[in-house]
Design a protein around this ligand. Structure first.
Ligand code: AMP
Length: 334
């Protein structure tokens, strides 16, 4: 009996060790493409003139809690603080794919939130270095299996896909109304090259011309992506795949200070979870959108990406447990 127990224990340890080794050998790394920027933000309660922002910044901070390395592809001017780059590097974010342009300014975006904190107006978009962004995927990024295309011109997003020598296991694309209005043909082409599309409810309606989100989802998936995530701000997120749908709520928070970057933090949490588990099934994507919702809920608690830099693994675990509680109920069948 003792022999059997010992034998099983050894087998277990060996398989654990092997698993660990395999996990190390497998490539869980994520390429994150997007802006690294300065933002000016006005909410009904506060205002900040210059803060670090950008879609790839939020994605990297959120995803790096789950998986490393994150292989960043972006462009900044000489004004982007070296201290911010160092902080990201410290968190396992590789910067080889981030171009620093001497004598030029970083992308600048300014937005003002309405009283509901769910909707906002863009006040200023200064492309600056972004106007000439021609991303180059470094050789050292080529083995990455997960590609997160943050909000950018669809032509730039496609350029990155085309540079990948081996198609990543999962390609996720985030976009916004702006590109639907100004680069629809490019966006439609990009949609045929990806697996998961991330948009919000108004963007899904705009892109499909349908008011019903179920009809909108069908039409958008016919454009290419097998999976569609529709974010609904404080009302959670929907995941569609074929005829399946899954809903994840947003955590009801007492105070939302700044919703900027919530969508990108969601994307970072989602791709981080998928890459960490290396499982691209619909079932695992359900967990992915819960992890994404948790990262988004942290993001809105302070201005800019600051809260994402403060949280620990324990904070994330506690928050995930709160999400489970939020949707857990007993019911007797009638
Ligand atoms: P989110 O609140 O998730 O939509 O993301 C906000 C971030 O996206 C801000 O930090 C901005 O710097 C960045 N951003 C705003 N507009 C654009 C754009 N047109 N292209 C790329 N990034 C943008």
């Amino acid at each position: 009996m003792l022999f059997i127990v010992t034998h099983c224990l050894i087998l277990y340890i060996c398989s654990d060790f092997l698993n660990h080794k395999i996990t190390k050998l497998k490539n869980m790394s994520v390429i994150a493409v997007g802006t690294m920027a300065f933002d000016a933000i006005e909410t009904p309660f506060d205002k900040i003139d210059k803060i670090i922002g950008g879609s790839a910044t939020y994605v990297a901070y959120a995803a790096s809690h789950l998986v490393q390395p994150i292989m960043q592809i972006s462009i900044v001017g000489e004004d982007f603080p070296a201290s911010e780059m160092d902080e990201l590097k410290r968190r396992g974010v590789k910067m080889e794919g981030v171009e620093i342009v001497p004598g030029k300014k970083s992308f600048f975006w300014s937005g003002k939130y309405h009283l509901d904190m769910n909707t906002r107006d863009t006040l200023i978009t200064d492309l600056n270095v972004l106007a000439d962004f021609n991303p180059v995927v470094p050789e050292s990024y080529q083995q990455a299996e997960f590609l997160m295309l943050g909000n950018l011109a669809p032509a730039v997003q496609m350029n990155v896909i085309n540079q990948m020598k081996t198609r990543p296991k999962l390609i996720v694309l985030d976009t916004m109304n702006f590109w639907m209005e100004t680069a629809l043909d490019d966006l439609k082409k990009a949609l045929t090259m990806i697996d998961v599309l991330l948009i919000n409810d108004s963007e899904a309606r705009f892109l499909s011309g349908e008011f019903s989100l179920v009809k909108a989802a069908k039409k958008v998936m016919e454009m290419g992506p097998q999976y569609l995530i529709i974010k609904k701000g404080e009302h959670g997120a929907l995941l569609f795949h074929k005829n399946h749908v899954f809903f994840a709520p947003a955590l009801p928070l007492e105070d939302v200070f700044d919703p900027t970057g919530a969508g990108d933090a969601f994307a970072g949490g989602f791709i981080g979870h998928i890459a960490r588990t290396r499982d691209v099934s619909f079932e695992n994507m359900k967990t992915g959108i819960i992890v994404g919702s948790a990262m988004a809920s942290f993001c809105v608690e302070k201005f800019g990406p600051q809260r994402l830099t403060e949280i620990t693994k324990r904070d994330i675990d506690i928050r995930l447990a709160e999400f489970v509680q939020l949707v857990n109920f007993d019911i007797d069948l009638v």
